[in-house]
Design a protein around this ligand. Structure first.
Ligand code: MG
Length: 379
């Protein structure tokens, strides 16, 4: 077919020139050429002789969608996926993308607030660890216990729970390499908790430990099957002797029991949590939502993804504090009131972890369950 023939064929098939299509889609020809180069929107026909691009009028909606998705900062590879979906699925993807953006912003906000507190506290340095007895600074220590149970349904144990004199950790692995991932994440933190850590250095030490955990998980799952679908959550506390450093990613949780009240000190990196935060779901709806297990962030095999770094934070401790770390095998099936009753009632960490694992078992034990309980005591 000669060039005139191709032009006629283009016209018959409702194809339009790039100039006409730019007008239809309200985008510039330059933007359209860029989308073509990026593989986001291919012309319906490219003249093999002169290279002219022709578009189908029906592509105008897709072109506008590409432009809007670029405006909300969606990565190019995601845009290509989303434009291939039907409207309902595309809406779900955009919601998930935005939830991730907000979770990352929230983590940065918390880190910024922590840094302000940390630097202000240094500025106004006073004796903060006096126990009020006039005998000088109190020496604090922790008593701890850890317990992991596969539950009644899952064929394998992919949770890891660990408690030592300077490290408390739970990790909930998923995918074919889940057990390796959770073990690697916890092991990677152990060197950071080997010796005394200066409270001033703690944040840097935690950040390095968090990066080590991310790299260790990546390496551990890369060797196994479906590395892209394997990974783990990680919630850990590193004890310095006066403060606790928190490392957290995913939907395992940390709580502190203080003054008779159980307070959650971690934020779930899940789609439903972000929907509760923005008011589009209630707590009750989130608890039964079909996608309630969907994580926005985790340590995973495909660690190139942005936003897969754990959050790190410092937490001041008081004698008498009792900490609980647990995987969703406990928190998803036992409500917080029942958790609080069990944590308050236990006479020590050993009893507490046994009672908590038993509660998950009473609820059917649908998932692996792991928990760590630690008491802060004056020595
Ligand atoms: Mg789990």
């Amino acid at each position: 077919m000669d060039s005139d023939g191709r032009k006629r064929a283009a016209r018959d098939a409702e194809l339009v020139t790039i100039g006409e299509f730019a007008r239809l889609s309200r985008l510039s020809a330059k933007a359209l050429r860029r989308y073509d180069e990026l593989g986001l929107l291919r012309p319906a026909l490219v003249d093999p002789v002169n290279g002219y691009r022709y578009y189908d009028r029906k592509q105008a909606g897709t072109a506008r969608l590409v432009s809007w998705l670029r405006r909300i900062g969606m990565p190019l590879a995601r845009i290509a996926e989303v434009t291939a979906l039907d409207d309902a699925a595309a809406a779900a993807e955009i919601r998930a993308h935005w939830a991730r953006v907000e979770a990352e912003t929230a983590a940065r906000r918390r880190l910024a607030a922590f840094l302000v507190d940390h630097l202000s506290a240094k500025e106004n340095a006073v004796t903060t660890n006096d126990d009020g007895t006039g005998r000088g600074p109190a020496t604090l220590g922790i008593r701890y216990a850890a317990l992991a149970h596969p539950g009644s349904v899952r064929p394998v144990q992919q949770d890891t729970a660990y408690a030592g004199a300077r490290l408390l950790a739970v990790a909930d692995g998923f995918g074919a390499g889940g057990a390796r991932a959770s073990a690697a994440a916890v092991d990677a933190l152990k060197p950071a908790a080997r010796g005394a850590v200066d409270a001033d250095d703690l944040l840097g030490v935690l950040q390095d430990a968090a990066d080590d955990a991310a790299a260790a998980v990546c390496e551990a799952v890369a060797a196994g099957e479906s590395p892209a679908e394997s990974g783990t959550t990680l919630t850990a506390l590193v004890w310095t002797g006066s403060r606790l450093g928190l490392v957290h990613i995913g939907d395992s949780r940390a709580y502190v029991l203080r003054g008779g009240e159980l307070l959650r000190i971690t934020h779930d990196d899940t789609l439903v949590r972000s929907m509760v935060d923005d008011g589009s779901l209630t707590e009750e709806e989130a608890a039964s939502h079909p996608q309630r297990a969907l994580l926005l962030k985790a340590l995973a095999g495909d660690d190139g993804k942005p936003g897969s770094r754990p959050e790190v934070r410092l937490h001041d401790t008081l004698p008498g504090d009792r900490y609980l770390l647990c995987s969703d095998g406990l928190s998803a099936v036992v409500d917080e009131a029942a958790l609080a009753r069990a944590v308050v009632a236990a006479d020590g960490p050993d009893t507490a972890v046994r009672d908590l694992v038993a509660l998950a078992g009473d609820a059917g034990g649908p998932d692996n369950v792991s928990c760590v309980v630690a008491d802060v005591v004056a020595l």
